[in-house]
Write a protein that binds this ligand. Sequence first.
Ligand SMILES: Cc1ncc(COP(=O)(O)O)c(C=O)c1O
Length: 398
Amino acid sequence: MSFPVSLPLSPFQRLGRLIAGVEPGRPPIDVSVGEPRHPVPDFVGPVLSAALADFVRYPPIKGTPAFRAAVAGWAERRFGLAAGTIDRDDGVLPLNGSREGLFHATLTAVRLAGSAKGARPAILLPNPFYAVYAAAAEAAGAEPVLVAANLEDGFLPRFETLPVDLLARTVAAFHASPANPQGAVADLERLNGLVRLARRHGFLLFSDECYSEIWRGRAPDGVLAAALSVGGDLTGVVAFNSLSKRSNLAGARCGFAIGDPAFLRSWAALRNVTAPQVPMPIQAVAVAALADEAHVIENRRLYDLKYAAAAEILGDRFPDLVPPGGFFLWLDVSRWGGGEDVTARLWKEAGVKVVPGGYLSASGADGINPGSGFIRIAMVESVETSCEALSRLSEVLS
Ligand SMILES: Cc1ncc(COP(=O)(O)O)c(C=O)c1O
């Protein structure tokens, strides 16, 4: 089946094609997918079993009051907002993982904009990008505008450099900090600038913050604090987050959007007849997870160990390989033949499955694919397995 629009295959489908029919040279290690494999926190089982009876009920689309209060309270503590800043009724929406939320939010934004942004509204995205941003723009009938996020820009997109007429027809901009795949983090000043730009041109800022709790050094700032520090309220901004990375619960499919109450109210109305709800026992897990920081601190400790090992094993060839956020290594392997070549060799010679960077990005208006020289390695396995994968990579690149 093919789509009427130019939707690319998922990076993982493309990876499957690249290595189809090739036997792995050693027992396989898969570090291609950003799925944390650290243990499920201890409290999840007891909370789920206590809430089991609620599986018989259809959950409310806006979540339980306890869920919304837990999300709002966590975000206020985490991002240094005054208690009560986030609207407990309309300022939080549960999502079946943040991915479907990013998709549906885009459909809603374009629909709400109507003709106000002209016949061909634009959606801005960084390049490389998380695949759903482009798919959502295409599905909404908007033009996905790729803005390169290269090393010289600190791996963050410079939306402020775009022509004014393009910004004027922009409905929403996706921004990810910490970024996938590069792990770049936008500081508060940069986020403030983005909020100002969005407000000046009347577009929504969709801030993808699902890696916000996986960091080294200093906890990343978020768009909610930026919106308030620029002045006013949360109008025009939505932060997306989830339990997937913070709490090793990718399979629970529980995310949330926080921000502009007017937008979230309209979006909830559409979701009420279209979107998947989050089961109430899973919402109970979220309440417990957001009240607990111990498991998050332990996660960061494990990632720290893996990054220290990566610096030891690969640091001579990749001096700046430890990013401030996220759990990926984004390695420029151009001098070894580029992302696809190295990915294919790694699988064939060493049984290590990574993603070619070019599959996480696309050619921009200049015809350049900014990810094609890179590979992405997810540091999600145990410390031992991750070290084994990195040692094999080191051999292949020697
Ligand atoms: C940048 C980014 N945003 C959003 C998501 C979606 O995560 P989830 O739907 O599990 O919340 C991912 C998952 O890998 C991601 O990498």
